[in-house]
Design a protein around this ligand. Structure first.
Ligand code: IPM
Ligand code: MG
Length: 356
């Protein structure tokens, strides 16, 4: 089969981790007789420098005409002083909205080989941890009305948290479907003791649950969920939550695994279309030095094969290759411990390509 992929290398370490991922994908293509056709487009700081805009229309058009979008990372200190609506991060929000990517899947998996990197006590995570955060990605306070106004206390600014029943329903369906494929347990996180939008969220999730009698559903307030994640992370299977709560909880969950450089993500639209990217950012301090860990990006390509292209055997191959490289004791600086063999970005790519 032929697949059209829009590549957005972006900023910082983005281009180098994407480069290694393309090698891995091409190896999969060779082995299974698929052809991946890439079109490289600009977004983020790289786009600001080249065109003055963080998300050129051409980028949006090419992404919309592809089967999937594959992104490295955007942002960097060069653009930190730009006003909010001109910053590279706006490109991410723009892509999510323009491409209708309402469902963000962020797996937080504790790799057996890297268990020592987990900052929690061994007994809390013994036996492993495997959580999937399903974050709503195109609604809520990120995209609600925002502005400035005068108040009794002087000038003020506001951002509105708004969720329609339909937005909650469609993300709940994605989360229940994921739970059915995993441990059949779903925790919906909200702040229903205070927020009206959370009470609507809870009511709709409870309604959707009727179609999934096999899934055990519970509701949790965000403050409690943040606490439970470090107290007893093994109680969670799938977590579904709003845009802003999901932003926060997914960082917390990934930190617990101890290896944010290892975690992939998928942002899905209705149907099979999706955008795939590592959870880590652009890490400008180590860019261009062959130090970045490309595994999160390479694992994101496995998610792309599985969710958008329906190629699960090929996806398994990539995941197994990554695990075999870890098992053989190779480590990039972010996950290095005594006694392991140090490697760089490119060598990681070499080893994974060879293992496929
Ligand atoms: C993320 C990031 C983004 C977000 C930023 C860069 C806009 O933190 O993908 O989690 O808040 O969604
Ligand atoms: Mg975030």
């Amino acid at each position: 089969m032929n697949y059209k992929i829009a590549l957005v290398p972006g900023d910082g370490i983005g281009p180098e981790v994407v480069e290694q991922t393309v090698r891995v994908l091409d190896k999969i293509g060779e082995k299974y007789n698929h052809k991946f056709n890439y079109t490289t487009v600009l977004a983020g700081g790289a786009a600001i420098d080249a065109t003055g805009e963080c998300l050129p229309q051409e980028t949006i058009d090419i992404c919309k005409n592809s089967d999937a979008v594959f992104l490295g990372a955007v942002g960097g200190w060069q653009w930190d002083t730009l006003p909010g609506d001109k910053r590279p991060e706006r490109a991410l929000l723009g892509l999510r909205k323009e491409l209708g990517l309402f469902a963000n899947l962020r797996p937080a998996l504790l790799f057996e080989e890297l268990a020592d990197a987990c900052p929690l006590k061994a007994e809390i995570v013994s036996g492993g941890m495997d959580i999937l955060v399903v974050r709503e990605l195109t609604g809520g306070i990120y995209f609600g009305e925002k502005g400035f106004k005068d108040t009794e206390l002087g000038p003020a600014a506001y951002d509105i948290e708004l969720y329609s029943e339909e937005e909650v329903k469609r993300i709940a369906i994605v989360a229940f479907d994921m739970a059915m494929k995993r441990g059949k347990k779903l925790t919906s996180v909200d702040k229903a003791n205070v927020l009206e939008s959370s009470r609507l969220w809870r009511r709709i999730v409870t309604e959707v649950a009727k179609d999934y009698p096999e899934v055990e559903l519970n509701h949790m307030y965000i403050d409690n969920a943040a606490m439970q994640l470090v107290r007893n992370p093994k109680q969670f299977d799938v977590i579904v939550t709003s845009n802003i709560f999901g932003d926060i909880l997914s960082d917390e969950a990934s930190m617990i695994t101890g290896s944010i450089g290892m975690l992939p993500s998928a942002s899905l639209a209705k149907g099979n279309f999706g955008m795939y990217e590592p959870v880590h950012g652009s890490a400008p301090d180590i860019a261009g030095q062959n130090k970045a860990n490309p595994m999160a990006t390479i694992l994101s390509s496995a998610m792309m094969l599985r969710y958008t292209f329906g190629l699960s055997k090929e996806a398994d191959d990539i995941e197994n290759a990554v695990k075999s490289v870890l098992k053989a004791g190779y480590r990039t600086p972010d996950i290095m411990v005594d006694g392991m063999k140090p490697i760089g970005t490119k060598e990681t790519g070499d080893l994974i390509v060879n293992a496929i």
